[in-house]
Design a protein around this ligand. Structure first.
Ligand code: GLA
Length: 335
């Protein structure tokens, strides 16, 4: 590519289906109209990016082999993408974003997707998502699933995305007119999210070693075959959450916001009681929102342990946080 390249990649909010992608389950995020933009030109021996929000640039050699050694911190994500994509030429550019960083709206996935597209990635959305997922895992050390990167890579304006993370099939589900999606920050940063995420992943894998793939189980009584009460709770969350994703998608398709909202509230309770990734601050925020007139449902969104709550509301019911709209996936223009 020659000329000035501009890439825009969206963040995402997950409407329902939390902590199910680590066991190949169902998720239902949407790409949002908060996004990361990179402008620059291809060429040279390194990837050199400056950022409007960071003092230090990310400067990454094309043969980088340990993204965790990159500095400053945000350069790790750039290095992760370079290490996975192995571009044959460098890039010099500038990064801006309208996403809040580290809030649970996948600012890192948006950055990874934007960097990959800037460096010339040309292929299918799910290959882009897998590449960016591996970059995230290498950069952060967190064994994340594919949801965030696939939501960013395959967004469809006006639609939530029903994703089967086993097959990576993406089914856009039109959001009913008159439904608003609000994202409200709890004020709590997600410090524990990384280490606890790995713990939860090991727990669901231990449950699967006994029960088989959780995505294939619909009967919650099956969890009684697990001796450990913690593993029983973790497995029950995943099994019931997969069912809630189906129920939520069906409710949206028939425009039943009350039923969709009830699924979100049940999802939050399961994340709080069975998966144990909520906090008192998130619980209090959800409790306050769901008794507000015009709010159909609310739940923590993302990994948990702080970060954001997502709410499904009637128009204008809330005026806090971000009003987000379902957006298209990434775009690249060359001028
Ligand atoms: C993080 C991970 C995703 C997913 C969510 C929880 O956002 O990156 O893969 O597991 O947590 O649903």
């Amino acid at each position: 590519m020659t000329g000035r390249i501009t890439v825009v990649a969206p963040g995402r909010v997950n409407l329902i289906g939390e902590h199910t992608d680590t066991t190949d389950g169902l998720v239902m995020p949407m790409a949002i109209d908060l996004a990361t933009t990179i402008t620059g030109t291809a060429g040279g021996p390194v990837v050199h990016l400056t950022s409007a929000d960071e003092d230090e640039p990310a400067v990454v050699a094309l043969d980088v082999d340990d993204p965790t050694a990159a500095s400053p911190g945000w350069a790790r994500y750039v290095a992760g993408v370079v290490a996975e994509l192995r571009p044959t030429q460098g890039f010099t550019g500038h990064v801006t974003t309208t996403l809040p960083v580290g809030a649970g709206l996948s600012s890192s996935a948006a950055l990874e997707v934007a960097v990959a597209m800037s460096l010339g990635f040309d292929g299918r959305a799910h290959d882009l998502a897998r590449l960016a997922q591996r970059a995230e895992q290498r950069a952060s050390g967190v064994p994340c699933g594919v949801m965030d990167q696939l939501a960013s890579a395959s967004g469809v304006a006006g639609h939530a995305l029903l994703i089967d993370t086993h097959t990576l099939s993406v089914t856009p589900i039109r959001l009913p007119t008159g439904a608003e999606i609000r994202v409200i920050h709890s004020g709590q940063s997600r410090e524990l999210a990384g280490s606890a995420y790995g713990d939860r992943r090991r727990e669901v894998e231990a449950a699967q070693a006994v029960l088989g793939p959780l995505r294939s189980i619909t009967d919650t009584e099956v969890v009684d075959r697990l001796d450990d009460p913690v593993l029983r709770r973790r497995a029950r969350h995943v099994i019931t959450e997969n069912a809630r994703v189906r129920s939520f998608a069906a409710a949206l398709e028939r425009g039943d916001l009350a039923a969709a909202g009830a699924d979100m509230v049940a999802s939050h309770a399961s994340l709080r009681d069975d998966f144990e990734v909520s906090t008192d601050v998130l619980d209090a925020l959800v409790d306050r929102l769901i008794v507000t007139p015009g709010v159909h449902g609310a739940r923590l969104t993302g990994a948990g342990f702080g970060g954001c709550v997502v709410a499904l509301t009637d128009p204008g019911a809330l005026d806090e946080g971000w009003l987000v709209h379902a957006a298209d996936g990434p775009g690249r223009t060359v001028a």
